[in-house]
Design a protein around this ligand. Sequence first.
Ligand SMILES: [Zn+2]
Length: 347
Amino acid sequence: MRCSFALLISLSVTLSAQTSRLSVGTATVVSGEKSTGFLQVPAGSDPGTDIPVVVLKGSKPGPTLALVSGAHGTEYASIIALENVIQNIDPHDVSGMLIVVPVVNLASFEKKVPHVNPVDGKSMNRFYPGNPNGSQTERALWLITKEVVDKCDYLIDLHGGDLDESLRPYSYWSKTGDERLDAASRGMVLAFGLDHIIVVTDRPKDAKASRYLDSTASTRGKPAIAVEAGYAGTTEPDDVQALVDGCFNVMRFLKMFPGKATPIEHPVWISKVSSITSDAAGIFYPSVERGNYVAEGMKLGYVTDLFGKTVWEAHAPTAGIVLYVCSVPTMNKGDNVANIGQVASEP
Ligand SMILES: [Zn+2]
């Protein structure tokens, strides 16, 4: 059979687009495929770990979006949301590529330990960009920086209320001062659709000391947001669905998925977050619920000793919305009691 030169060229271009691989950790795909593998964190001063990763290459070209959850392995709603995305997304519907890491902190997930990686006692969202010679958390974050952040164009870091946090959903939009980045991340956070958005202006600007995952992306020129839904170990359908819908809506905003993005039109912008920490150890009794609006000075809860005597009261340092309040009776001196968000008139 005779082939025209133009047809040959077009065939070879198509073939090279289809055969060019996306590899992340041990997972590798060509166009139209979804594949699973691991980010293999080698052993060092403490044991290594294998972090699961899913890569998906759509049938059509487009950007690469990274979806990451489980830095805190008991923020279950965010983990279940990404499991849902993994199960329900078809590469033939996607323009571009997805890198999905549903459980960064496997030891936390397996041992049901909140906030930190129980192997080394470190938060897996405070030590970016990581260190190849550090403890397990630092080695894992180093690998995520190299394999996930460096290989994506956009990133969403999913969190939620931890086992001891009764949290109402919200997202973070970091204003970096870079107009291109900020316009893109603002579009992403509005498309994600959570109706309360914290505007952050004090994140690290140094890529070598980025601390957080979203800052690791933005200090490398990649628009990123962080989102939170779910509380106290629950996987309520509303919370999980809000996170799933948010991921798909951002994909629509980035023209990676069919359909029109429907951004939130009038979110509650939050300009400042006040953290209240306990002055006393004992038993915590909350007086407010997540999502309540409080006046300055209003009682948020109190702490008794183990004999029932009140030893400390928590009061709101400012008027605002209860973003989260401690959901368990255990209270240590210095533990977080609540976060209050101050509502801003505009971002
Ligand atoms: Zn978290």
